[in-house]
Design a protein around this ligand. Structure first.
Ligand SMILES: [Zn+2]
Length: 187
């Protein structure tokens, strides 16, 4: 059974099967930031339940590191938060992820290891085309959108005071970045 791992001061990561998905939570004095939401409503609810182990502060912010299903399809269970993402993410959803979800959900036997039931794409509500910052309460987080790499929707989460960045495109079984990016990142 997985558990939260404090990878930096009040920055927690938890890994989930299937697919060895990494989800992170940044804890401020006032609010929580959740980074990535897994891939269906049931998995998203599990994340929400697990976050209750960490803090009773509200999940006021959610960020998607990129548009792939295992990082963003759980957004639908966090619409009470402000969802942050790369400015091209809604376009990526419409052009790529929506047709893929429709195809996968329509033919369950094509990917029997996955559960697409109830999937509903929920794009971010705040779109980043340049570096933006938010304050979680005495804790600032920056969001530099990247040029096309793993996808055209990659967003870095920089926790300034912890000198830590979250970039969930690296090192998971489900979501390997292209070889040229792995070389650059050393992953
Ligand atoms: Zn990916």
């Amino acid at each position: 059974m997985s558990a939260w791992n404090e990878v930096a001061d009040r920055v927690y990561q938890r890994r989930y099967d299937p697919l060895d998905i990494s989800v992170s939570v940044v804890v401020g004095d006032d609010d929580l930031l959740l980074v990535d939401t897994r891939y269906n409503p049931r998995e998203a609810e599990e994340v929400r339940s697990d976050i209750a182990e960490l803090s009773t502060l509200p999940i006021r912010w959610v960020a998607n590191t990129h548009a792939h299903y295992d990082h963003s399809f759980g957004n639908q269970r966090f619409t009470d938060a402000e969802i942050l993402g790369h400015h091209l993410l809604p376009k990526h959803f419409a052009e790529y992820e929506a047709p893929r979800l429709a195809g996968w959900a329509g033919i369950p036997s094509a990917r029997p290891q996955h559960d697409w039931q109830g999937g509903l794409l929920t794009p971010p509500t705040t779109l980043m085309s340049s570096v933006q910052e938010l304050d979680l309460g005495n804790r600032r987080v920056r969001f530099p959108p990247l040029a096309p790499g793993h996808t055209d929707t990659d967003l870095v989460v920089e926790i300034t005071d912890a000198v830590t960045s979250l970039l969930s495109t690296v090192g998971t079984r489900s979501c390997r970045p292209p070889a040229r990016l792995r070389r650059r990142l050393g992953g």
